[in-house]
Ligand binder design. Structure first.
Ligand code: SF4
Length: 402
């Protein structure tokens, strides 16, 4: 008897599922094209073309895009335009924290698009990105610190925040600042790998001079960053330091990092920070009532900044300052022991700094209602769990991203 086709026949072998292709968010165009060719997905020139198209238009035919989905978008009107905070869902890599608290199945990155009006009235956006979920640095004024460090983000998860802003929300930011959740130098390798993608001309093509890494001043991370910016293509990357205090006594009380890496060592690092094309260094100063807002604090801060500016003038032969003090009115975190400063007090402190000869500006508070202002990022779901002990683990970088 003839067997009907397919009847009792051995099933024809199915092709094995195709392994996931290389992630175009996590590597530069040339690395991606090489990986795609090695995986026999497409020839190198085609892969590079597809990579360029993806980053320019947001479309990805034939590419495996592992973009973390947007979980929420919050908008708030401000004088310079709409502040947009968005969160993306990223997987948890463990079920409990080091303190034994249960973690949600998925975690949230948090990013904020901040509008700024230029001199000619044009509106540009700065994207504030997270480098970690939570943070280990334990700054007492900061909402994120209440979470402790949950995990570091991968390069693709960091670049994915730019991709979501540019191609899902529809705003391509002009500037990127690493001032969201996390201490970027605690996740050095992944942050710098992400910056390599962000500045890639085949990718997002954000100018390196428009990318700023903001740090509490981890000296080990700054030493590595210093080596990195010596390389061509990295010279003009921006640096911001969260100073927030004029003396070790005040700084150690609000920033545990200072107990291990005191202000004279940080000052020395900044005095010796290389000058490539006249780069300024931004010194962030969160003004907290009753903590760091007295006239002597302004005087002590001016003294601490003086050698940084003097060395710069010696080296450049000019008379401009290297340090820009960015005065940030404190945004009270939940259960904050301190209130926000009064507007008059912020203006008065700024006036003292200017009278002392510092180049200082104040940052207008944007996004306070969304808990998207500086020092206010942090996942509500995780905040609801028992507060974890936060502290600084020095000499090691943060937990490896998956
Ligand atoms: S201010 Fe920055 S470094 Fe300090 S705890 Fe918050 S996120 Fe971390």
């Amino acid at each position: 008897m003839r067997q009907a086709p397919g009847e009792n026949s051995t099933p024809s072998p199915q092709p094995p599922p195709r392994p996931p292709g290389p992630d175009p968010l996590g590597q530069t165009g040339h690395d991606f094209a090489r990986a795609a060719a090695e995986a026999r997905l497409m020839a190198r020139p085609n892969a590079l073309k597809a990579y360029r198209r993806l980053h320019r238009t947001g479309e990805s035919p034939g590419l495996d895009l592992h973009l973390a989905p947007i979980a929420a978008v919050l908008r708030e009107d401000g004088p310079e335009g709409e502040v947009i905070k968005f969160t993306q869902r990223v997987p948890a890599t463990r079920a409990v924290t080091a303190a034994g608290d249960a973690l949600p199945q998925d975690l949230r990155t948090e990013s904020v698009l901040i509008p700024m009006l230029g001199r000619k009235g044009q509106r540009n956006y700065t994207l504030c990105v997270s480098s970690q979920v939570g943070c280990a640095m334990g700054c007492t004024f900061c909402e994120t610190a209440q979470m402790g460090l949950i995990r570091s983000l991968t390069p693709a998860e960091i670049v994915g925040q730019w991709f979501a802003a540019a191609h899902i929300i529809g705003i391509a930011p002009r500037n990127i600042v690493f001032m969201g959740m996390g201490e970027p130098l605690d996740n050095f390798d992944n942050v710098t790998a992400a910056i390599a993608v962000l500045k890639d001309h085949d990718g997002p093509a954000v100018a390196i001079s428009r990318i700023t890494v903001s740090t509490v001043g981890r000296l080990d991370g700054l030493a590595r960053l210093r080596q990195l910016i010596a390389r061509p293509g990295w010279h003009r990357m921006g640096l911001a330091i969260s100073v927030n205090a004029p003396t070790d006594a005040v700084r150690s009380a609000i920033m545990p990092i200072n107990r291990a890496m005191p202000m004279d060592q940080l000052q020395k690092m900044l005095v010796e920070w290389p000058i490539y094309g006249g780069g300024k260094v931004c010194l962030e100063y969160v003004l907290i009532p009753g903590v760091n807002d007295a006239p002597e604090h302004a005087r002590q801060l001016a003294e601490w900044v003086r050698p940084i500016n003097e060395r710069y003038r010696e080296q450049t032969g000019g008379n401009s300052d290297r340090a820009i003090v960015n005065l940030i009115p404190y945004n009270p975190r939940r259960a904050s022991p301190w209130p926000a400063p009064a507007e008059d007090d912020v203006d008065r402190f700024l006036g003292w700094l200017l009278d002392l000869g510092l180049y200082a500006k104040r940052r207008r508070t944007k996004g306070r209602d969304l808990m998207g202002a500086c020092g206010q990022l942090g996942s509500e779901a995780i905040r609801k769990r028992r507060a974890v002990e936060v502290g600084v683990s020095l000499g090691t970088s943060g937990p490896a991203a998956p």
